[in-house]
Write a protein that binds this ligand. Structure first.
Ligand code: ZN
Ligand code: ZN
Length: 255
């Protein structure tokens, strides 16, 4: 399994893109502005999109993707997410006002878009790759995603603040090789982080202290302009962990 980081910033500006990862050539994890770095042929090859939550920085490329490729595809793009998240996408995005409902275009019988509810505890297997939503804590319904392969597991937290359920879920993955986890704000903005249910360096350090597994830890969703400061605070707060800032364009392989 090859994971290509199309976007991993907490915002835009100066070439930064928001969250979107490509799994091999056919699956997306989230559809932030990172999706715009793909060529049209690459967009056409995407059969499945897993969405962690409904916030715009994670979904804004999805309606544009469907509009771009729908006509040239022979099967619908399948969007997998928690049932609550799909409900929000249906009511607030694909609602014929903000964007057409591609679940009925060109017809309900043969649409460009299909929703696949994936509740916590369920698993979706596509070839050698299995996707499992994990519980996290954010201001809207949200999940992390475990990608299991024969060579081990990778977990992406999506957006979250501290969550005992997430730590328990991680500790139950003995083959966890990579953990991509967010830290959006520096410690001075802990109040805003708490309010918006994101991590800050001290909260992430506390979370890592609860881990009994030892994955490589990659930090994502850093706020633009504050990347270096957040990483410096994180290294100071969690000296036992060799945390690294995830980079746009980076490839993580599990094979
Ligand atoms: Zn969010
Ligand atoms: Zn976000």
């Amino acid at each position: 399994m090859k994971l290509t980081i199309l976007g991993c910033s907490g915002g835009i500006g100066s070439g930064r893109h928001t969250t979107s990862f490509l799994v091999d050539d056919d699956i997306l994890i989230d559809a932030g502005t990172g999706i715009t770095t793909l060529r049209f042929e690459q967009l056409l090859a995407i059969d499945h999109v897993f969405i962690t939550h409904s916030h715009l920085d994670h979904v804004l490329g999805l309606p544009l993707l469907l509009d771009a490729v729908g006509e040239q595809r022979t099967s619908p793009v399948v969007v997998h997410a928690l049932p609550e998240v799909l409900e929000i996408l249906a009511e607030d995005l694909f609602n014929w006002r903000l964007w057409p409902d591609f679940r009925a275009i060109p017809s309900v019988a043969s649409p460009w878009l299909r929703f696949d509810p994936l509740p916590l505890g369920a698993m979706c297997t596509l070839g050698q790759r299995s996707f499992t939503p994990l519980p996290v804590q954010h201001v809207v319904p949200a999940c992390g995603i475990q990608i299991r392969t024969p060579a081990g597991s990778l977990v992406f937290s999506g957006d979250t603040t501290q969550s005992a359920a997430f730590v328990s879920a991680l500790n139950a993955i003995p083959d966890l090789r990579h953990l991509i986890i967010e830290t959006s704000f520096e410690n001075a903005l802990a109040d805003i982080a708490r309010e918006s249910q994101h991590h800050w360096p001290d909260s992430l350090a506390a979370e890592l202290a609860g881990l009994s597994v030892h994955p490589e830890v990659w930090i994502t969703h850093l706020k633009p302009g504050n990347e270096a400061a957040i990483m410096a605070e994180l290294r100071a707060a969690a000296p036992a962990w060799d945390v690294t800032a995830l980079q746009q364009g980076q490839v993580i392989r599990l094979d």
